[in-house]
Design a protein around this ligand. Structure first.
Ligand SMILES: C[C@H](O)CC(=O)SCCNC(=O)CCNC(=O)[C@H](O)C(C)(C)COP(=O)(O)OP(=O)(O)OC[C@H]1O[C@@H](n2cnc3c(N)ncnc32)[C@H](O)[C@@H]1OP(=O)(O)O
Length: 632
């Protein structure tokens, strides 16, 4: 049988072996049509006297990537759980496992989720050594639904089975073995599954860029990259390239800085070996691809430059003017700036078509997001090449437009500002962090500031103030922290105290800095702290972020709203199980968010106590529903 590209075929050899092949490119996902075809073929094989045994396999070198996740999306849209066919009992138990004719799964490439469950319903399995086997259902917020929770422990033992099912980011387990199919259907329609299925597809759509990936261009090979600046970011970027077999020239201004950069790279690589994600051999290979440089002589044959120096406009401009002259004409000229307008960076060059932003997130060799910033003049070829490099170095590239802070830092600039505003109103720093961590962020905004260091915050302060005008909160909290000898994690002293090997501990002595800040800010009505619930705190931090996200979408800084979901999850650690920032905002609802933003704006404007407004409150509403811009 066949429907579109979905096929299930059966060939019966003279030896009586029926070879059943499932095909649904690219991963032979189990669409209901394919499942129906599989049932037909198993029924036919059972009937036919010339069939003595069955071999089940997948076309195109892949056994099966599991149940078709598009069906979950349909279930989420319609609420109709009956769209999911009965596979567990009717096909896997009755027709395969209980079938009179022996069937063997021939596995190549991958057997994941429902794919592995089909294989486990067979009487035996043969697999190529490199095939990926697993039950990754938890990453979609569900449990295996075709008998996997039962058969896997019997086949590989309980500890290994649990490892194969729990090796997902959710890290939770539902103790319902006997109720598998029922629980599976309940979980499919639960909010967590809706959010995670959304993230699955959203992540895969970030690299579909109209005018770039659909115009028959081919990515050029990037063999050698020059990284300028061996600080935290530069050494992280170099590490990410090196472990993916891309040669790197690391340029610094003097031997001491170069040595420090090389040391950091070696440390990063050793860290990856310790975590078990890199072998020692690969670490040595990576180090052999690194070359240090104090001038541009090695830049003559590089395919890409990534500048990662401090956020100083004149410095970046002079670097770009230099590299334009030295590098070959095809070379992509990228900057890792997190804030500065790319047109300004490239102002002193005539190479605007190959200037692009490659914004990594710290630590760059670990964080999965790569924000690719294009200007109106960046060529589609340069964008495609960077998308391709991003994939090679195992990042998720998100292509965004050029503006102050680009998509991620711009959307999240009210995140820090909201937290400062709350502190000025009398709310405790550590309570704010607790509320935000409980929501699912990896850490609260103050711990994040400590970890990120105050240098960047101070460097970009003026740039934000200029770009965001009225929306900007003029806070001197970070300045006061620095004045008090605090630099965050770097010197072990910020809002928290950092001791080697220990967990960060709230520092009670930071209160005097906070008090001084409150005195400057004069925000507390009548000089008294305001009373807010945890929910107020959460909303006062995140709703202005949603508001800015609406502006970012409105100005087409992102191609689609779901790109912001991925950027927020992978760049800021927004909880994946909430589907990303915009998806979450949709679940809260634009009318509610709008009403809260309006109320705060009125409350605080009338009191004239705060410098910042809660964004342009009308913005969420003028996007009518946040979700209007969600991907289809
Ligand atoms: C009842 C059962 O217990 C329930 C289930 O089986 S739930 C499903 C369990 N399976 C999974 O979770 C596997 C999900 N897939 C993956 O992890 C990865 O796609 C993979 C490891 C199979 C392949 O990865 P990779 O080679 O990097 O390719 P990737 O870009 O992810 O996927 C290629 C395409 O296949 C699609 N795809 C992958 N798995 C799919 C699935 N199970 N259903 C539908 N589409 C799927 C992707 O959406 C993508 O489509 P696109 O090209 O249109 O964007």
């Amino acid at each position: 049988m066949a429907a579109g590209s979905i096929r299930v075929t059966m060939e019966v050899g003279a030896d009586g072996v029926a070879l059943i092949t499932i095909a649904n490119p690219p991963v032979n996902a189990l669409h209901p049509i394919l499942i129906a075809g599989l049932k037909d073929k198993y029924a036919e094989a059972a009937r036919r006297d010339d069939v003595k045994a069955i071999v089940l396999t997948g076309a195109g070198g892949k056994f099966c990537g599991g149940f078709d996740i598009n069906v979950f999306t349909k279930v989420h849209q319609t609420g109709d759980v009956s769209l999911m066919p009965d596979v567990s009992v009717e096909l896997v138990s009755n027709m395969m496992e209980e079938g009179k004719k022996p069937s063997v799964a021939a596995i190549q490439g991958l057997a994941l989720g429902g794919g592995l469950e089909l294989a486990m319903g067979c009487h035996a399995r043969i697999s190529t050594p490199e095939a990926q086997l697993g039950l990754p259902e938890l990453t979609l917020g569900i449990i295996p639904g075709f008998g996997g929770t039962q058969r896997l422990p019997r086949l590989v033992g309980l500890p290994k089975a649990i490892e194969m099912m729990l090796c997902s980011e959710l890290g939770i387990w539902y103790d319902f073995y006997s109720k598998e199919a029922k629980v599976f259907k309940e979980l499919v329609v639960a909010p967590t599954s809706r959010a995670l299925v959304h993230v699955f597809f959203a992540q895969r759509s970030t690299t579909k860029v109209p005018g770039v990936t659909d115009v028959q261009l081919k990515p050029r090979q990037i063999r050698k990259v020059a990284v300028i600046g061996g600080g935290l970011m530069g050494s992280g970027i170099a590490t990410a390239l090196l472990v993916s077999n891309i040669s790197v020239v690391l340029k610094e201004v003097n031997p001491q800085f170069l040595q420090r950069g090389e040391k950091m790279i070696a440390g990063n690589l050793e860290g990856l070996v310790k975590r078990g994600s890199l072998t020692k051999d690969k670490m040595n290979k990576a180090m052999s691809l690194l070359k240090g440089a104090l001038d541009y002589s090695d830049f003559k044959d590089v395919d890409m430059v990534i500048e990662a120096v401090i956020e100083k406009i004149p410095l970046k401009q002079s670097i770009f003017a230099d590299i334009e002259k030295i590098c070959p004409k095809h070379c992509i000229l990228a900057t890792n700036t997190s804030t500065i307008d790319l047109n300004v960076v490239g102002e002193k060059t005539n190479s605007q078509d190959r200037i692009i932003g490659a914004h990594f997130f710290s630590p760059a060799h670990i964080m999965p997001l790569l924000e690719i910033v294009r200007t109106e003049k960046t060529s589609p070829q340069a964008i495609l090449d960077l998308i391709s490099v991003g994939k090679i170095i195992k990042k998720v590239p998100v292509v965004v437009g050029n503006c102050t802070g680009f998509a991620v830092n711009r959307t999240f600039f009210p995140y820090t500002q909201g937290s400062h505003l709350l502190v000025s109103l009398g709310i405790d720093v550590f309570r704010i962090d607790r509320v935000i961590s409980n929501f699912g962020m990896p850490m609260g905004p103050f711990q994040l500031q400590d970890v990120a260091g105050y240098g960047v915050a101070l460097a970009v302060k003026g740039i934000y103030a200029e770009a965001f005008g009225e929306r900007n909160l003029d806070s001197d909290l970070v300045d006061l922290m620095v004045k008090d000898g605090r630099q965050g994690k770097v010197n072990g002293k910020g809002y928290y105290i950092y001791e080697k090997g220990g967990k960060p501990k709230p520092d009670p002595s930071v209160q005097r800095v906070i008090e001084e800040y409150r005195k400057h800010a004069k925000t507390m009505p009548g000089g008294k702290p305001v009373t807010l619930t945890d929910q107020d705190i959460l909303e006062m931090i995140f709703f202005p972020v949603v508001n800015e996200a609406c502006r970012v979408m409105d100005e087409n800084v992102v191609i689609r709203a779901s790109d912001l979901d991925i950027a927020s999850v992978l760049g800021m650690g927004f909880p994946k199980y909430r589907g990303g920032l915009v998806f979450w905002a949709d679940t809260v609802g634009a009318p509610y968010i709008y009403s809260k933003l309006s109320r705060w704006a009125e409350l605080y404007e009338r009191a004239k106590h705060v410098a910042a407004r809660f964004g342009e409150v009308a913005h969420v509403r003028c996007c009518s529903a946040v979700g209007r811009r969600r991907i289809a």
